[in-house]
Ligand binder design. Structure first.
Ligand code: SF4
Ligand code: SF4
Length: 239
């Protein structure tokens, strides 16, 4: 799902930075501006690298197209329409749009990685309190079972990431019925993703804060030692 709000913020940032960096550093300043805007978009948008790259690329593409249109308008306004007629000029404009999109994508990936690293730091500090316990390698290898006990402890149903998901809410209602009788299937449960892997609901919002670090399943099983360190609904089961 494309997050247009993030792209608009990135575009506005790219325009502002282009004005400042472009006037100071010329073409390098332009490219730096779109790279920084891409980083900002990747940082805002997600902890998923593909999403960060896609949003960064779209931001770079839009900025590049707007910049090309402005260049043409300025050339026409100054009566320099002659310089726009050559095939070379058109090729250069297309090439520069592609470069902006690629730089935006690279920025998006960097922004996503920064977000991920920050999350890992927050999780590790929050759970470990800055003091590492000495444990055997086997103890440090987390593996979560899909059990009724863990379903009960799981905080995913109260997580802001799923709060506006119709799909997750429907599953939750059905789960409350099935928990009284037969054991539910993993696909019926909008949670315990650390055991079962990515969510089947596609309308969840990974921009919100993951609840996992507050969960007893997370704390009791040292999930801060595994990978990923949260957002199991997006990134799959812990390993
Ligand atoms: S895995 Fe984390 S982010 Fe995903 S629903 Fe559960 S608590 Fe929320
Ligand atoms: S660690 Fe996260 S995914 Fe696993 S049970 Fe707890 S809240 Fe659910």
């Amino acid at each position: 799902m494309i997050k247009w709000k993030a792209i608009i913020i990135g575009f506005i940032l790219a325009v502002i930075l282009t004005i400042f960096l472009g006037s100071a550093g010329g073409i390098v300043g332009f490219y730096l501006a779109v790279l920084i805007a891409g980083i900002a978009v990747g940082y805002i948008v997600d902890v998923n690298i593909k999403n960060g790259a896609t949003h960064g690329a779209i931001t770079g593409l839009i900025t590049g197209i707007v910049s090309a249109i402005l260049s043409i308008v300025v050339a026409l306004a100054y009566g320099a329409s002659g310089i726009l007629s050559g095939l070379n000029v058109i090729a250069e404009l297309i090439l520069s749009i592609i470069i902006w999109a690629v730089l935006g994508a690279i920025g998006g990936v960097i922004g996503t990685i920064i977000t991920e690293r920050l999350w890992q730091t927050v999780f590790t500090r929050g759970i470990m309190g800055g003091t590492a316990k000495t444990e055997s390698p086997e103890e440090m290898k987390p593996k979560i079972e899909f059990t009724r006990e863990n379903i009960t402890k799981c905080l995913c149903p109260q997580c802001p990431v799923q709060a506006e998901s119709e799909c997750a809410q429907t599953k939750m209602k059905m789960l409350q019925e099935s928990m009284r009788g037969m054991s539910p299937e993993p696909s019926d449960v909008p949670g315990v993703y650390c055991a079962t892997g990515t969510a089947t609901c596609s309308d969840i919002d990974p921009n919100k804060m993951c609840n996992c670090p507050n969960c007893d399943v997370f704390k009791e099983n040292n999930l801060e030692q595994g990978e990923p360190k949260g957002y199991f609904c997006q990134k799959g089961a812990v390993k």
